[in-house]
Structure formats: structure tokens, C-alpha cells
Design a protein around this ligand. Structure first.
Ligand code: NAI
Ligand code: 15L
Length: 270
């Protein structure tokens, strides 16, 4: 670890979640102090290099206090699936606004934002996209991530806060279905991508796809490569096991759209 690879106090939101628990372990070497936050309970701080602070992202004052003293943020917190609009509004839309307002007030220079493939979920699986493809969100969740991408662009243009938006595919221990053979991001590659996003020099505002080196790519790896990310894993290793599973019908959202079943969620209001 070099000085250039160390943050003084790194805030990790969503630390009680699936990816938060993974990054809690792997980001420790990259910060003198790792401040962990979630609205849910977490394992207590283990050692002086960890701080635990429960905080609901919808509470503006609490988020302001949470961000004070941090020099970088990895923002994973929020609703991570399709849900009714009001839930998404509080956690993801107001939440990301509160986070950037606090970052502005407290002089945070770098944010890594967990965006999602559901920003572009209504593209077909036959299409190949780069990071500049117009948004085609597949629900309120995808819309909230598109808002986060645009909000972070504004906070860079207006206030110079750098952000890397990682459009995460499917980050789980293993791909779970045929679609995830294309969208899978291993935990090892996730960790490396977050490290690159935290420490690459002069990223400005960047959007990168968070995906391993899978066969039959849907997304251009160029933007990730520009911040130094080289995936080491591939879903190829799981191909035979997934091929043995039943395939969804050819006209099912899971087989047609990049966002898969998210494209068929809702409506919630009827
Ligand atoms: P998760 O649902 O396991 O974790 C999200 C965490 O955010 C939870 O611990 C939850 O308590 C917390 N949270 C929710 N609302 C909150 C609020 N109002 N205030 C404070 N905390 C709140 O999700 P996971 O899988 O760990 O994902 C982490 C991030 O990465 C999320 O932002 C998700 O949208 C994004 N992502 C994840 C993908 C994946 O494959 N795991 C794919 C694409 C994006
Ligand atoms: C996401 O954005 C979700 O947070 C995650 O739970 C997965 O469903 C993933 O996308 C996916 O598209 O597989």
C-alpha cells in the first residue's frame, strides 16, 4: 500500500448489504479509517480503523453528519431492486441528493456511485452498448440510478466533485441464470474496479460497466480500461452448469432485454 493508495477516512454506505459486506473486508487496506453506514444493523466496528454509524439516507441532517470528515465515498446504500416509486424516492433519489450535498459542504473530492445495468435495461440482449448509449431505464429503480448518474455529472460540472458511476451487472458469488452469464461481476473484479475508481487520477465524471470478462459481452469494456480496470474472472467457468438449467421462453423478458425480469415488474399503483 502506498500513500497514493490510501484515503484518510473512506465512507462506505450500504455496508450491511450483500456487496457492502464484501467491500467492508476488501477496502480496509485502502483507508486509514473505514466509516461504515447503513440503516440496518451491522457487525460492530472491529478495531480502531473501523467506525460504524447507522444512518437513513432519507434524513438530510444525518447524512450531513455522516459525511463530515470523510475524503472519499463508496455509495452502495439504497433500494437495490424494483419497488414502488415512493420507496425508491426516499432511499435512492433523496438519498443520493443528500449524499452529494453533504459531499459538497464537507469538501469530498471523489465518489464511487453504485449505478446499475437497469439504467439501460430496456435495450435488447442482441445490442452492444458503450457508456454513452442513451438511458433506457427499466423501472423506477433504473430511473433512480439514471438520476444518480446525472446528479453526479452536475456535481462535477458545478463543484468539481469527481465520480465514477459503476453500472454493475450482476454481482453475486456465481451467475444464477442464462442472463447472468453476460452480466456477472465477480466479487474479486468488483473489488478491483472499486479500487481503480477510488484511485485513478483525474477521472472527472466517468460511467463504466461493472462486468467480468464474460463471453458474449453486451457492454464495451473501454471506459473501465481507461481507469485501469482489467477484469480477471469470467462466467465461462459456470457455463456448463447454467446450460443445464431450463432456458426462459424466447419471448420472455429474461431472454429479450438486458434488464431481464426487471423489465416486467409492476405496475404497483393498481
Ligand atoms: P443490498 O440490498 O444487499 O444492500 C443495500 C443496502 O442499502 C442494504 O443493506 C440496505 O439496508 C441499505 N439501504 C436501503 N435503503 C437505505 C436507506 N434509506 N438508508 C440507508 N441505507 C439503506 O444490495 P447490494 O446487492 O449489496 O447492492 C449494493 C449497491 O449496488 C446498491 O446500490 C445496488 O443498487 C447496486 N447494484 C448491485 C448489483 C448486484 O448485482 N448486487 C447490481 C447493480 C447495482
Ligand atoms: C441490480 O441492479 C440489482 O441490485 C441486483 O440485485 C441484481 O438483480 C442485478 O441488478 C441484475 O441485474 O442481475
Amino acid at each position: 500500500m502506498t500513500e497514493r493508495q490510501t484515503k484518510q477516512r473512506l465512507l462506505l454506505t450500504g455496508a450491511a448489504g450483500g456487496l457492502g459486506r464484501v467491500l467492508r473486508e476488501h477496502l480496509k487496506p485502502f483507508a486509514r479509517t473505514l466509516r461504515l453506514s447503513d440503516r440496518a444493523d451491522m457487525a460492530p466496528a472491529c478495531g480502531p480503523e473501523e467506525e460504524v454509524q447507522v444512518c437513513d439516507l432519507s434524513d438530510k441532517q444525518a447524512v450531513d453528519a455522516l459525511v463530515a470528515g470523510c475524503d472519499a465515498i463508496v455509495h452502495l446504500g439504497g433500494i437495490s431492486v424494483e419497488r414502488p416509486f415512493e420507496e425508491i424516492l426516499e432511499a435512492n433519489i433523496r438519498g443520493v441528493f443528500h449524499l452529494y450535498e453533504a459531499a459538497r459542504r464537507h469538501g469530498v473530492k471523489r465518489v464511487v456511485f453504485a449505478s446499475s445495468n437497469h439504467v439501460i435495461g430496456f435495450y435488447r440482449q442482441t445490442e452492444f452498448l458503450d457508456h454513452q448509449a442513451p438511458h433506457r431505464p427499466d423501472g423506477y429503480y433504473g430511473l433512480s440510478k439514471a438520476f444518480g448518474e446525472d446528479l453526479s455529472r452536475f456535481y462535477f460540472d458545478r463543484y468539481g466533485i469527481e465520480t465514477v458511476c459503476i453500472r454493475i451487472g450482476s454481482s453475486f458469488p456465481e451467475p444464477r441464470d442464462h442472463r447472468m452469464l453476460h452480466t456477472w461481476l465477480s466479487y474479486g473484479d468488483l473489488t478491483e474496479l472499486v479500487r481503480c475508481a477510488l484511485f485513478a487520477p483525474e477521472v472527472g465524471h466517468a460511467v463504466v460497466y461493472g462486468v467480468s470478462d464474460n463471453p458474449g459481452a453486451w457492454w464495451d469494456a473501454g471506459a473501465g480500461a481507461r481507469i485501469g480496470f482489467q477484469p480477471r474472472d469470467s462466467s465461462q467457468a459456470f457455463q456448463a452448469r447454467i446450460d443445464a438449467l431450463p432456458r426462459p421462453p424466447a419471448d420472455a423478458p429474461a431472454a429479450v432485454y438486458q434488464g431481464g425480469n426487471f423489465c416486467a415488474a409492476g405496475p404497483f399503483e393498481d
